[in-house]
Design a protein around this ligand. Structure first.
Ligand code: PLP
Length: 406
């Protein structure tokens, strides 16, 4: 059987991720491979670490990539920091909080949760009280949860964790690059991300940064070096229960000793390095501001179309909005029409929001005026053909333009 070359249809990806990669990232990824200890390769690795220190706003030496999608970074952080029996506190405000719970449980942790309704975030005092009550070894909290579009404020939690001797980890996959983020100023011990949201790359590489405190915990559990056990006590409860996600070994691979662990995913490294390079060339704050503007314009645009926005808008992530599907419209059919007739993809929803809201993203390479306006024009047409006529014709595009021209 013969098959055709890969030739995907043209799409404008305006969902909650993945989004279209910046063409410069795709070009970087098509560069030829080199050996993993070629000085050119180890230089690229070192440069990538320096670039991501700026993206994370950290001086953490232990700033690197985990090979795999964002979930690989999350799992590496949790299995490397948490021993069986350790107490972990997870404030759950959306789908990805449940993922942190599941991974921590699989790591054998004694997991405690607090929950709030989807569309809300936790007041700091509620998390602070839970930390005082549970006394966790690790606080694991999602920053921006694309399932609900909420950004949990993190800036005051580091100090509270430090006071209670807890490590502080966040999954910043969906928010890094498009929303305020300050690894060091917020007192984070570990943070992980992926490329396919605000960083303008494909999924498949997980940037991670670890504080000295986190590295010390991981070092205390590293019992294997370059695949050879350093201790014979295999039953040691301290041993990190994963080889691939053993951050001790991964740190030794990225560090000056360059001890082989895996073979760094060379093309993904090229891509991840280009993502960071592009952001820093535009300016870290300028990129966040561009996301804030595109997010405001999309919000004004959907409101201009007469649509209701889901959740606490004051805590909405810059890069995604959840819109109530109007009565009389079949959400999936409307999304299918957007895709088939306009090549525009928007997102569906999970769990309690399934069938209730669409999620529309403005992130990374697509946090652009033309992408926002095209999406709103297409959405208005699909709504009108579905029998919903809200406001005057063109009201969505006009409202968004007003934000851009304001
Ligand atoms: C999108 C998203 C992920 C995605 O994980 P992948 O493994 O890259 O699919 C993880 N966490 C959050 C909060 C997200 O929004």
């Amino acid at each position: 059987m013969s098959s055709l070359p890969i030739n995907p249809p043209p799409r404008l990806l305006m969902g909650p991720g993945p989004i279209n990669a910046d063409p410069r990232v795709l070009r970087a990824m098509s560069a030829q491979l080199i050996g993993q200890y070629d000085p050119a390769m180890t230089d690229y690795m070192t440069e990538t670490q320096a670039l991501y220190r700026q993206v994370w706003a950290t001086t953490n030496e232990a700033t690197l990539l985990v090979d795999g999608t964002s979930r690989a970074g999350i799992e590496a952080a949790i299995v490397s920091l948490v021993k069986p029996g350790d107490r972990v506190l997870v404030p759950v405000f959306g789908r990805f909080g449940h993922l942190l719970v599941e991974i921590a449980e699989r790591a054998g942790a004694d997991v405690h949760t607090i929950e709030t309704e989807w569309g809300q975030v936790f007041p700091v005092s509620v998390i602070a009280n839970a930390i005082a009550r549970v006394k966790p070894r690790l606080l694991a909290v999602v920053y921006g949860d694309t399932a609900t579009t909420m950004n949990q404020p993190l800036d005051e939690l580091g100090e509270i964790c430090a006071r209670h001797g807890a490590l502080f980890y966040t999954d910043a996959t969906a928010s890094l690059g498009g929303n305020d983020f300050a690894m060091d100023a917020w007192g984070l011990d570990a943070a992980t991300a992926g490329l396919q949201k605000c960083l303008s790359g494909p999924s498949g590489s997980a940037p991670i940064s670890l504080s000295e405190r986190a590295v010390a915990v991981i070092r205390g559990r590293t019992k294997v070096e370059a695949g050879i056990a350093l201790e014979t006590d295999e039953a040691s409860p301290d041993v990190i229960r994963s080889n691939y996600f053993d951050l001790g070994q991964i740190l030794d691979y990225w560090g000056p000793r360059r001890l082989n662990h895996h073979t760094e995913a060379t093309s993904m490294l090229y891509g991840a390095r280009e993502c960071a390079r592009i952001i820093l060339a535009e300016g870290r704050q300028a990129v966040i501001d561009r996301h804030a503007l595109a997010g405001l314009a999309m919000l004004a645009g959907v409101q201009g179309l007469g649509l209701q926005v889901f959740g606490d808008v004051t805590h909405k992530m810059n890069n995604v909005v959840a819109v109530e599907i109007p009565a009389g419209i079949d959400g999936d059919r409307a999304r299918a029409a957007l895709l088939a007739d306009f090549g525009v993809e928007i997102g569906t929803s999970f769990g309690p929001l399934a069938g209730r809201v669409w999620r529309i993203g403005t992130m990374g390479y697509n946090a652009r005026k033309d992408a926002v306006l095209t999406t709103l024009a297409a959405l208005e047409n699909v709504l009108r053909r579905g029998g919903v006529r809200a406001g005057t014709s063109g009201a969505g595009v006009d409202a968004a333009l007003e934000v851009y021209e304001g």
